[in-house]
Design a protein around this ligand. Structure first.
Ligand code: ADP
Ligand code: 5GP
Length: 205
């Protein structure tokens, strides 16, 4: 059984990463979303264990000290981390895992040359559109929006360090582009477009 890939995806807040991932996961088989741990409060409509595992600071810090996280970072004033065990279990089953993490977390994984990691950066079509989406989401108070916009300038500077850049202008086109990347990487790993291992012995006869 060949191991699943690890897709690491970053974007400034409001670029549409969660929306894109939801659509991708509904379309592409053998793909899983890594549910991170965070100390931030749930937004209306979010539920524990689906978008995030919502934990308090002492719990997060305990896990961090026990090396439970593959990477972790403080982002917009809250702590976020990827559970090592959860992604390992999925990859071992041949399932590709998507990590939605910030530029600091992605940089940690690049630095440690995490095996099979593929890095994607999602950008909005313009700065004005980023502002519009962030406010239009209607889930964050204005001071949180301002903090996220200020951080976005710096985050955007990291786009050049990623393997792929996808502009999320028209949503369906961006989903198709993302799907194309997943399929290309599966072909590179000698797997079929839907993620199954290719029986090369049978193919070559
Ligand atoms: P992120 O996860 O990157 O912070 P979200 O997925 O929450 O961003 O998207 C932010 C807002 O932008 C949401 O209201 C979402 O519906 C909207 N949005 C996402 N992608 C597009 C798009 N391609 N065109 C227009 N609106 C979009
Ligand atoms: P949000 O609060 O909008 O859900 O996420 C804020 C930021 O935290 C986003 O850039 C998101 O990618 C990032 N993030 C979410 N989970 C993790 C994680 O496990 N690790 C790191 N480093 N960043 C994360």
């Amino acid at each position: 059984m060949s191991r699943g890939n690890l897709f690491v995806i970053s974007a400034p807040s409001g670029a549409g990463k969660s929306t894109l991932l939801k659509k991708l996961l509904a379309k592409v088989p053998h793909l899983a979303f890594s549910v991170s741990h965070t100390t931030r409060n749930p937004r209306p409509g979010e539920s524990n264990g689906r978008e995030y595992h919502f934990v308090d600071r002492p719990t997060f810090e305990g896990m961090r000290d026990d090396q439970a996280f593959l990477e972790w970072a403080e982002v917009h004033g809250n702590l976020y981390g990827t559970s090592r065990a959860a992604i390992e279990a999925q990859q071992a089953k041949g399932i590709d895992v998507f990590l939605d993490i910030d530029v600091q977390g992605a940089s940690q994984l690049r630095d440690c040359r995490h095996p099979g990691a593929i890095f994607l950066f999602i950008a909005p079509p313009s700065w004005q559109e980023l502002e519009r989406r962030l406010r239009g989401r209607g889930t964050d108070p204005e001071e949180t929006v301002q903090l996220r916009l200020n951080n976005a300038r710096r985050e955007m500077e990291d786009a050049g360090c990623y393997d792929y850049l996808i502009i999320n202008d028209r949503l369906e086109e961006a989903v198709d582009t993302l799907r194309a990347v997943v399929i290309a990487e599966r072909c590179k790993a000698r797997r079929s477009p839907d993620g199954q291992p290719i029986d090369w012995e049978k193919v070559k006869g």
